[in-house]
Design a protein around this ligand. Structure first.
Ligand SMILES: Cc1cc2nc3c(=O)[nH]c(=O)nc-3n(C[C@H](O)[C@H](O)[C@H](O)COP(=O)(O)O)c2cc1C
Length: 365
């Protein structure tokens, strides 16, 4: 299986499967001299790890990151400094239950990657979905945590804005609320609605989709490239690479089709500080593939979990018609744990473009 690497200068390779002994990533190209602690990386891992509420999979994984290479440990025994050599990070799998997956060894879960993997490779690791499992995204979150350290002053945050038909009221948006509930929800009034709704979905053995918004603040103007490596293109590509993502928008996204030119124009004035001031941000912080200095705003839609307890029609690898009912532990709404993953992918795209911009223009932004 090839194509497990993304990024040009901040280059991430992930490896490992859901039910193997461990998974991880190698980050090549991280500049030397970046100081960080394992606890800083771990804080982002803890946001993504399973089993933290009744609304996510009950698989129990601590997702402790071990940093194996590419750093020197300070005398304080805590702070690490990158040496410019490949940084390898490892996360052990400790709570596999491969027997849960015996029934789908030959059966294809409708909506999952089972059929497609068999067609392509002729062999499939059915245990927990193998490499198609979102367990792999733990490694991306570790890489994303490092990417943040490459980006001076940049904040990347994500919030859920919709579960099923229930959309937040954007007037209630409060970033401080995101860490106060199990949904990364910025609207405190929506939390009880989602709780009741998802309890119903979970008890019915069903699943539901979601929308996540990622916002990057303090991104310097000038990152990106105008044609084949637009900043928004690369962000969209990395968000689209997350399991179960079926749509990505930048800024106004699909809603821009309904706007007039006057409405959509992000008008400009000179600010009192002598810097350009945008009067709106329909573009989502990117014009001509290059960051404008406005917040980068990206949104992605996640489909409902395909592993559900309700029987669905399918086929098996012997060409027989079968009915598939997926047991095991699954996220009833994978969008919830996708929020920290979306943040990580945006952070990686920005870190890569930050280093590429510095390499080409030599400018300190
Ligand atoms: C955080 C996260 C957790 C997921 N957990 C599950 C799960 O428990 N069960 C499942 O069937 N799919 C789960 N998925 C989705 C599958 O990994 C995904 O649908 C599958 O690999 C097929 O890929 P595709 O949906 O991108 O086509 C999860 C996705 C994410 C982002």
């Amino acid at each position: 299986m090839s194509h497990n690497t993304f990024g040009h200068l901040f280059r991430v390779t992930t490896w490992g499967e859901s039910h193997g002994p461990a998974l991880g990533c190698v980050v090549d190209g991280c500049p030397p001299g970046i100081r960080f602690t394992a606890a800083e990386i771990q804080s982002f891992m803890d946001k993504r790890k399973p089993g933290q509420s009744r609304f996510v999979t009950q698989r129990r994984e601590d997702d402790i990151v071990k940093i194996l290479s590419g750093v020197m440990l300070d005398e304080d025994g805590v702070t690490m400094t990158t040496t410019g050599t490949p940084i390898s990070m490892l996360i052990e799998n400790t709570d596999q239950r491969s027997k849960d997956y015996g029934e789908i060894a030959k059966r294809y879960r409708p909506g999952h990657a089972d059929f497609a993997y068999d067609v392509k490779y002729g062999i499939r690791d059915y245990r927990g979905g193998g490499r198609s499992s979102a367990r792999e995204t733990a490694a991306r979150v570790a890489a994303g945590a490092l990417a943040r350290k490459v980006l001076p002053g940049v904040t990347v945050r994500a919030a859920l804005t919709q579960i099923g038909i229930h959309k937040i009221n954007r007037d209630n948006w409060d970033w401080a609320e995101v860490d106060n509930n199990p949904f990364f929800c910025p609207d405190p009034q929506m939390v009880p609605v989602w709780e009741e709704y998802l309890d119903g979905v979970r008890k019915a053995g069903s699943s539901i989709g979601a929308v996540i918004e990622v916002v990057a603040d303090n991104v310097p103007a000038g990152l990106g490239a105008p044609i084949y490596s637009k900043l928004d293109q690369d962000i969209a590509s990395l968000l689209m690479s997350i399991n179960a993502v079926k749509g990505v928008e930048i800024g106004e996204g699909f809603a821009s089709a309904e706007l007039s030119g006057e409405e959509n124009a992000d008008e400009m004035r000179m600010g009192n500080d002598g810097k350009p001031l945008f009067l709106s941000n329909h573009a989502g912080g990117v014009l001509g593939g290059i960051s404008t200095g406005q917040p980068i705003v990206a949104r992605f839609a996640v489909k409902p979990t395909s592993s559900i307890l309700t029987e669905r029609q399918s086929i098996d690898s012997d060409g027989r018609n079968v009915d598939v009912r997926t047991k095991g532990r699954h996220d009833p709404c994978v969008g919830i744990r996708a929020a920290p993953i979306g943040e990580a992918m945006v952070a990686c795209a920005l870190a890569d473009h930050f280093l590429r911009d510095r390499g080409q223009t030599g400018r300190a932004r």
